[in-house]
Design a protein around this ligand. Structure first.
Ligand code: SF4
Length: 302
């Protein structure tokens, strides 16, 4: 690796050891790591609430740049429930270091909803997830809500759920707090939407937001940029999955969903839902999965 000089190597080692929670490095290595300054990149403390961890898996699929580059060059991942090697008391004291303000500036990254009516349904260590959010509120620079559950409640907040799940914005609102929150919905979230927001924070500062979401990705409706929009206008509708034509009558939620899927595509630009003849299920919509009549849940006769 000819481009990897000593400084870059040390920086990479520092960020990876931090990301994976490795703190028992030899003193000589720790001393060398202290030589470099990784303070210029944002530190992320990443916690999970009511979530399936699908967004974390999606983030690891990033390819432009890839996830390792993102957590070494563009951010310092201080803690992540799945990726950090540290666990138990060591993990809790690391989180506590940040939330008490002793470990320096950081952004809180949250995946998952908050069980507002049943706080004990989501516990990290000896505290509820809600208690952790309250502790972070005093010291964090802001929060990034990753995925639809954290942004709007998502599936955990579906009608009839007993936990009273809410988004992190709604949770803080009910506590009378208004921290900076960047909502990046999607079920799962697109890795570009999150990592390019982080790059924007590093290079250019806070991105422009529309309804609390980065305008870069969520300014336009899927419907208006859909290659089948002409079919919609001509009233050429698909009758069955796999048919050509607009998928509106098969439950497509593109007309109510703001996201750039039609131009960004998914899985390293292989395809996207409508490109694969499936309706948009509105996973980035604030209404996603909320009511029993949301098209995602509907049954078709026959
Ligand atoms: Fe709109 Fe969906 Fe039809 Fe595309 S397939 S034009 S997003 S309703």
């Amino acid at each position: 690796m000819p481009d990897l000089d000593r400084r870059k190597f040390l920086k990479l080692a520092l960020c990876l050891s931090s990301a994976f929670g490795i703190s028992n490095l030899p003193e000589s290595v720790q001393a060398a790591l202290r030589e470099i300054d990784a303070a210029a990149i944002p530190t992320l403390v990443y916690l999970h609430g009511q979530s399936c961890t699908g967004c974390s898996i999606s983030l690891l699929q990033a390819d432009d740049p890839n996830a390792v580059t993102m957590i070494t060059e563009y951010s310092k991942l201080a803690f992540h429930t799945d990726l950090s090697a540290t666990s138990g008391k060591q993990a809790l004291s690391l989180i506590e270091e940040y939330f008490s303000g002793r470990a320096g500036k950081y952004f809180l990254a949250v995946e998952g909803a908050v069980p507002y009516d049943m706080p004990e349904a989501c516990v990290i260590g000896n505290k509820t997830f809600a208690d952790h959010l309250m502790a972070a509120a005093k010291t964090m620079e802001g929060a990034v809500a990753i995925g639809t559950c954290a942004s709007y409640g998502g599936i955990p907040a579906a009608e009839g759920n007993p936990t009273g799940a809410v988004s992190i914005k709604e949770f803080y609102k009910r506590q009378g707090l208004k921290p900076l929150i960047i909502n990046i919905p999607g079920c799962s979230v697109h890795p570009d939407w999150v990592w390019k927001t982080v790059i924007h924070l590093v290079r250019l500062g806070l991105p422009d937001l529309v309804n609390g979401q980065p305008k870069l990705f969520f300014e336009r409706k899927i419907h208006n940029q859909c290659p089948r929009y002409h079919d919609f206008q001509q009233e050429i509708f698909a009758k069955n999955l796999g048919d050509k034509g607009c998928l509106f009558k098969l439950g497509c939620v593109g007309p109510d969903t703001y996201a750039d899927c039609s131009t960004r595509w998914w899985n390293s630009r292989q395809d996207w839902c409508i490109g694969a003849n499936a309706p948009c299920i509105g996973c980035a919509s604030r209404l996603f999965a909320s009511k029993k009549d949301f098209s995602f849940y509907r049954h078709r006769k026959g």
